[in-house]
Every structure is written in C-alpha cells, then in structure tokens.
Design a binder for this molecule. Structure first.
Ligand code: NAD
Ligand code: 6OD
Length: 525
C-alpha cells in the first residue's frame, strides 16, 4: 500500500478514508519504494540525470500539507548536478533523438501518455500527498491532463505543416520559400506547486514534440510527480538525457543555476510575477528566449440576466477550486446591483457547504493550502482585509478539526465585500480561497473595474445576453475570457496573460512556435 495512504490509517481521530481504487504495491525505481514496512513511509526523491537517479548536495523535506508530516526527503541539486543534467541533455540531442522522424517522436509521446495512465493511482497518490488537493480533483484534472498534454502535442506536431510561399519579384524572378521547424536545443522548465504535473507536462510535452531535450526544476514543494514521470518517459523509449529532473529552490539553488546556465537555450516558466522578473534578469546575459505564465488577480462579471444557479456554481468553482490556488481563480467578483444580495447569499452558502476533508477522502472537495508559509501569507491578507474595512461574509480564519488536520495548513473558504477598488486586498494576488464581491450598476462600470489591475490573465463573464457576452469579453484586458463557464480548456487554444500575468502564449501552435526555431529556406526557381 502506498505509504502516503498508510500515513493516516491508524485507528483513532487520525483515521482517513482510503482511495477507492487499488493503490500500486510496488513502484520502481527504488527511490519510490512503496513496499517499505508500515510506519517507514519517508521516501527518497532523487534527481534524475541522464537516465539515472542521483543524489545532490543536501536534502530537504517534502511536507504533506494536510497534517504537516514529512513524507519524503528530497535531494537538492547543486551547480554540479545542474551542469550534468544540462550536458546530458545536450548530448542527447546528438543521439537517436536528434534524428527521429516526427512520426516516431509522436509515437513515443503517445507511449508516455499510456505509461502515465498505467501508473494512474501512483501519480494521483503522489500529487495528493505533495499538494493536499482532494483525490477527486487529482483524478479528474491533474493526472488525466498530464496524459492529454502528451497526446495533444503528439497529434499537433504531426500535422503542424510548413509555411511556404511562392515568390515572384517584379523583375520576373521566381522562388519558393518554405520554413522548417528545428528544436531550440535544451529547454529549462521551471514550474510551480499548484498543478504540479499538469503544468510540467504542459511544457515538457510540446518541448519534446519539437525534438528538444529538457531539464525540469519542479517546485520544491511538489517534487514527486516530476520524478515519477521519469519512469514513464523511460518506458516510452525516450533516450536517456532527453528528460532530466533537478530538485531544489530558486535563488542560489537549482532554479537560478538553470536560468544562468550558458548551455540552456530557452526558459519556460510558470509562477509568480516577481519570480518571472528575477528569471528574466538572470537569463538576460545569455539572451535566452523566455515564455512566462505568471500571476493574476482575475475578475468575474455577473450580470443580472445570468442563468443564476449555473453562475453561482461556476463562481464557486472559480473561487474555491484547488483551495483557490489556480492562477485562473477569480479573486474579484463584480455582481450587478439588482442581484447582488441574492448572489452573495448563494455564494456564501456554497462556500459554507464545501467539504473540508482529508485529501484522500473521495468526498472531500476542499483541501489545505500548500504550506505553512503560504498559509501565513493568506492569513495576513485576511487580517489586511479587516484593517482595510472589509465586511466579512464568511470564513476569514482557520477551521478546527480535532484531529491531525489541525497540524496541516487549512484555512476557511472566505468571502469579503465592502472594500474600495484601491484596497490592497482588491489589487494584490492572494492565491487562496478568497474573493471580494462588489456591486456594479452599468456594463461600462463593470468593465472599467475588471480592467483596473496591472495583471491580465483571465476573466469570466456571466450573462444570458450573447451579444453582451461577446462585447464585454472583447473589452477584457486579459489573455483568456470565459463566457458562462470557467477553466474550460481546449489545449489547442492560446494560453497566457498580459501585463504582470505573462509574456508570450503557449497552447497548440503557440507552444510549437515557442519550442522550435523556424528556418526559412528560399530557393530560386
Ligand atoms: P514561484 O514563482 O514562487 O515558484 C515557481 C517556481 O520557480 C518554483 O519551482 C521555484 O523554485 C522557482 N523559482 C523561484 N525563484 C526562482 C529564481 N529566482 N530563479 C529560478 N527559479 C525560481 O511560484 P509558486 O509559489 O510556486 O506558484 C504560485 C504562483 O504561480 C502564483 O503567483 C500563481 O498565480 C502563479 N501561477 C501562474 C500560472 C499561469 O499559468 N499563469 C499557473 C500556475 C501558477
Ligand atoms: O490548463 C492549463 O493549460 C494551464 N496552463 C493552467 C494554468 C493554471 C494555473 O494555475
């Protein structure tokens, strides 16, 4: 049985329900030995370089956010390990991998997707233990999306086609121009903790589809699934050195070493806006191209003519999914005056009905925050909201369970109203299960309030008037606007933000364009 499940099985108040599906008994490589004796549940998570699991310069603890227990010791990569990973990736570009036909590369990506699905329970268990997210969410979103990322980009690379132009100059010369797609080389992939496997594969799959090799640096909070992916990649026949994992932190650690490394050809990063700024600075001397998916302070606009119940349900998801730790979550909700009180009351009921359970309980729909440090940050905003004069509608504190969850990092789902548009709680990204709800009277006012931010990742608009839906969506100063839905994804669509929310777009052809160099060839006919 997976030790992360066993962790909560002793009788008494710590008892937690088991996963319904059967956990894997054994999982290789031995750094993930789930067959260790009861009680001995601390695992070793190692770096993965050139097809081998290797230690680092020191170890750090991987903590279960549900009860604060240590679930693994993680090997932190130093400069040497990062350099070895980069050199292994460079060498891999000159092996079979560098000359594989596109169709064969795609075939191996399909096999990675199959290998993820074969280990479905293991990935779910590792993701749940690392993040504290409900098992229902990891099984429905994170792990299936990881497999889908590989399949979608394998499909796309096969049909991405080449641009070509037949050229005729005024003096009668004819030429044929066509562009071929070449890999960038070695791509550094740096990812956050909120959707660890989903966001990592969202970058790794298109990078590999384009023929690159990667060195990934998952968040120090969530090292497990990136490491598990190594076995899936191996099983799929992807040569050693194409996929490497280095563990560690940002500044003065593996993250920074990667961004500074002269043999890394590009950096793709998802995380906080201020980290993006630091990475840009450290990648500047070597002029690495960057793709940045950053923070947000997303708005939702709810018109009085919305389909009320679906809008309340949609907003409840948009605010509280993954305990509010999705970059697309709505932290600012603007509701037309005519339905303001009714809507606020309905959203409050949804918040109060969320099931704050053990992550492994299939009935749980709201887990802890990622860490003690992140909880401090979220609680400091709860205090700030009070200081700024907010009216608390629900939540605002720490729930009490009377069991080991009290040692975890839970906060209550929280709703405020009554703040001015210039309040810090309305301006700054909190990244927790909290929103501020404010009324508006006119469409113009709602659009102006929604756009009054330095961020620009996502927005949602809730209305039964289709014309208004289009009109308002087109005025949103963001990268993605949903109308009458939220986080409904088609992986072929452009994804990214404006302002402090990012640089560039990934998704579909946009990912292929970032992860490859186009070489235009002009042939005089
Ligand atoms: P973070 O920026 O603190 O860390 C992200 C990654 O960057 C981690 O792996 C971390 O170790 C690494 N890192 C930190 N400093 C670094 C440095 N100086 N050099 C190199 N690497 C460094 O972000 P987080 O706390 O893990 O994630 C939460 C943030 O991510 C929120 O702001 C959220 O909005 C954002 N996010 C954005 C998207 C998006 O698609 N736009 C998606 C998910 C999360
Ligand atoms: O679904 C995706 O492709 C994606 N990039 C989601 C980002 C979520 C942010 O937390």
């Amino acid at each position: 049985m997976c030790p992360k499940l066993r962790r909560h099985s002793p009788a008494g108040t710590d008892q937690a329900p088991q996963l319904k599906s059967k956990p894997l008994l054994h999982f290789h490589p031995p750094c993930y030995d789930f067959s260790r004796p009861p009680g001995d549940f601390v695992k070793q998570i190692q770096n993965y370089i050139d097809g081998r699991f290797v230690s680092g310069v020191r170890e750090f603890a991987d903590v279960n956010p549900a009860d604060g227990s240590v679930i693994a010791q993680v090997a932190e990569a130093g400069l040497r390990q990062v350099d070895e990973a980069v050199q292994a990736a460079r060498r891999a570009l000159n092996t079979e991998w560098g000359s594989l036909a596109v169709r064969e590369r795609a075939a191996r990506l399909y096999k990675v997707a199959d290998a993820i699905e074969k280990r479905f329970d293991c990935f779910v268990q590792a993701e749940v233990a690392d993040t504290g997210k409900p098992v229902s969410l990891a099984s429905k979103l994170d792990v299936p999306r990881a497999a889908a990322n590989f399949r979608v980009f394998a499909d796309l690379i096969k049909v991405s086609g080449l641009e070509s132009f037949q050229t005729q100059t005024p003096d009668g010369v004819n030429a044929l121009n066509y562009a071929i797609r070449k890999p960038l080389g070695v791509v550094g992939v740096i990812t956050p903790w909120n959707l660890p496997l989903l966001l990592l594969t969202w970058k790794v799959a298109p990078a590999l589809a384009c023929g690159n090799a990667v060195v990934v640096k998952p968040s120090e909070e969530t090292p497990a699934t990136a490491t598990l992916l190594a076995e899936a990649v191996q099983e799929a026949g992807i040569p050693d050195g194409v996929y490497n994992v280095v563990h560690g932190f940002g500044p003065g650690s593996a993250g920074e070493f990667l961004t500074q490394h002269p043999d890394i050809n590009a950096i793709t990063f998802t995380g906080e806006s201020k980290t993006g700024a630091a990475i840009m600075k450290s990648a500047a001397p070597t002029l690495k191209p960057v793709s940045f998916e950053l923070g947000g302070k997303n708005a939702a606009i709810v018109f009085a003519d919305c389909d009320f119940e679906p809008a309340v349900n949609g907003l409840s998801e948009a605010v509280f999914l993954n305990t509010g730790q999705v970059c697309l979550c709505a932290e600012r909700v603007y509701v037309e005056h005519k339905i303001f009180d009714r809507f606020l009351d309905a959203l409050k009921k949804k918040a109060e009905n969320l099931n704050l359970g053990w992550p492994y309980d299939t009935a749980t729909d709201f887990g802890p925050l990622i860490s003690a440090q992140h909880r401090e940050k979220v609680l400091s905003y709860f205090q700030l909201a009070k200081d700024e004069g907010a009216t608390l509608i629900t939540g605002g504190g720490i729930p009490e369970f009377g069991d080991a969850r009290d040692r975890g990092f839970y906060v209550q789902p929280t709703i405020y109203t009554g703040l001015s548009e210039s309040a810090r709680c309305v301006k700054e990204e909190i990244f927790g299960p909290v929103c501020h709800v404010a009324p508006f009277d006119s469409e113009e006012e709602a659009v102006a309030m929604a756009n009054n931010t330095k961020y620009g990742l996502a927005a949602s608009v809730w209305t039964s008037d289709l014309k208004r839906g289009h009109r308002v969506a087109q005025q949103m100063n963001v990268g993605i606007t949903w109308v009458n839905c939220w986080y409904l994804r088609d992986l072929r669509t452009p994804f990214g933000g404006v302002g402090l929310s990012g640089i560039g777009r990934e998704g579909g052809i946009h990912s292929l364009n970032f992860y490859s160099e186009l070489n235009n060839i002009c042939i005089r006919l």
